[in-house]
Write a protein that binds this ligand. Structure first.
Ligand code: ZN
Length: 409
């Protein structure tokens, strides 16, 4: 130390802009300058200056003043403007790959998705296809004057902070340096586990204006998110932020063991949740497909038909999977002390009824029952949520460092 630290005015302004933007995004109702000053604790004069900057750069716009005020000037609501800044989400998953552009007000500006069985594909080939898919989207955004501020890349595996995919067992990919791919370098994409990104997409106001219909959780709520497909991923969200852990691998609910003498999981452990409630495991147990066909969409369709039609074999497999889900989720709840669970991915096909059955059964499995309330929901963003979360991760770059994208004239 020994160096006298002084307040840097630009840093302070950047921080204040970021807090203002965050406050606007999470607001349940449009806010005026006075509302923003009150909520953030900044003076009205400072807020007026910050709002002018945001207006000038097209980040926000003024809405129609409310005429309800009994006296004085009606206040002007400020709303986040769409189409000026956006994030791009990239995803490679077990069921396909795609890209999506999302702007600050939550509008989708473009989206492409190719459904395909991705197990055993060549990463170079898939990243080249993703690049060819994303480049025209970027060109379209540029033509309409929309700046891409950041990008996220969601993968179904363990991704390190220095952008290495350690392993994605359900793709048969391992130890890949992600920075060698053009699309990753061009967009400076931040890589991450798909379940964590899918969890981000469920947080209203995380990086886009809060949508009123998303009322399952709030911006600063805590919840456990399960992403179920061929395998099972998970994320723990505490106070509105994804818990990453020392290596970034926290929240892997799918690899909680529910049976010490159960089948050997792809991760090497015995009896992981994924071995009972993952898509591959359930379709194999129901005897509906073998080999490569196990992960195909046809086998899944037959499985769901069997379940809806009351096929006793399929019903038995689902019952066993529900037992495993109850056991693993209860362990996660007891470990994290978080009472809200969002059950995403494959299990959303089983609907709200199954979610309420799970919620009921969990109540007797968690510490502190019966007083403790456990809530299980089908998540509000259920279709390709990781693609939205990845785009939101990109948008956070703008929200965390707005001055970088708003150079002063
Ligand atoms: Zn495992």
């Amino acid at each position: 130390m020994g160096v006298l630290r002084r307040i840097n005015q630009d840093d302070l302004r950047n921080h204040n802009l970021s807090v203002t933007l965050d406050t606007l995004l999470r607001a349940q109702e449009p806010m005026s300058r006075a509302d923003l000053a009150k909520t953030t604790g900044l003076t009205k004069a400072t807020m007026s200056l910050l709002v002018s900057m945001l207006l000038e750069h097209g980040v926000i716009e003024e809405g129609t003043p409310a005429a309800s005020a009994a006296f004085g000037r009606p206040s002007t609501p400020l709303v986040v403007r769409g189409g000026r800044f956006c994030g791009i989400g990239l995803q490679i998953n077990t069921d396909g790959y795609g890209c999506l552009a999302l702007d600050l007000n939550g509008d989708t500006l473009g989206r492409e998705w190719v459904s395909a069985d991705m197990t055993g594909t060549d990463p170079y080939d898939i990243f080249a296809k993703l690049d060819a898919m994303t480049f025209p989207l970027e060109s379209r955004l540029k033509r309409r004057g929309c700046t891409v501020v950041g990008s996220g890349l969601a993968l179904p595996g363990l991704v390190t902070e220095d952008m290495r995919l350690l392993v994605a067992r359900n793709l048969d990919w391992e130890n890949i340096d992600l920075t060698r791919f053009n699309v990753v370098r061009r967009l400076d994409a931040m890589g991450g586990n798909e379940a964590k990104m899918a969890a981000l997409a469920q947080i209203p106001g995380y990086a886009t204006e809060r949508a009123n219909f998303l009322n399952v959780v709030n911006r600063t709520d805590s919840f456990i998110y399960l992403s179920t497909d061929i395998g099972i991923g998970g994320a723990v969200v505490r106070d509105g932020e994804v818990v990453s852990g020392v290596q970034g691998f926290a929240g892997e609910v799918g690899h909680i063991s529910v049976s010490m003498d159960g089948p050997v999981c792809g991760c090497g452990r015995h009896g992981c949740l994924e071995c009972f409630a993952g898509r591959r495991a359930m379709i194999e147990a129901a005897g509906l497909a073998e080999g490569d066909a196990v992960t195909g969409s046809e086998a899944l369709e037959r499985f769901l038909q069997g379940w809806r039609g009351g096929d006793p074999v399929v019903a038995g497999v689902v019952d066993r999977a529900v037992d495993a889900l109850v056991s693993a989720i209860a362990s996660a709840i007891n470990l994290c002390d978080i009472d809200t669970v969002l059950l995403g991915g494959l299990w959303t096909y089983f609907g709200d009824e199954l979610a309420s059955v799970l919620g009921g059964r969990l109540r007797s499995e968690v510490l502190g029952s019966p007083e403790r309330q456990v809530r299980v929901f089908v998540p509000p963003v259920a279709e390709h949520p990781a693609l939205y979360g990845a785009a939101e991760m990109g948008l956070r770059r703008f929200i965390d460092d707005p001055l970088h994208f708003m150079p002063e004239a």
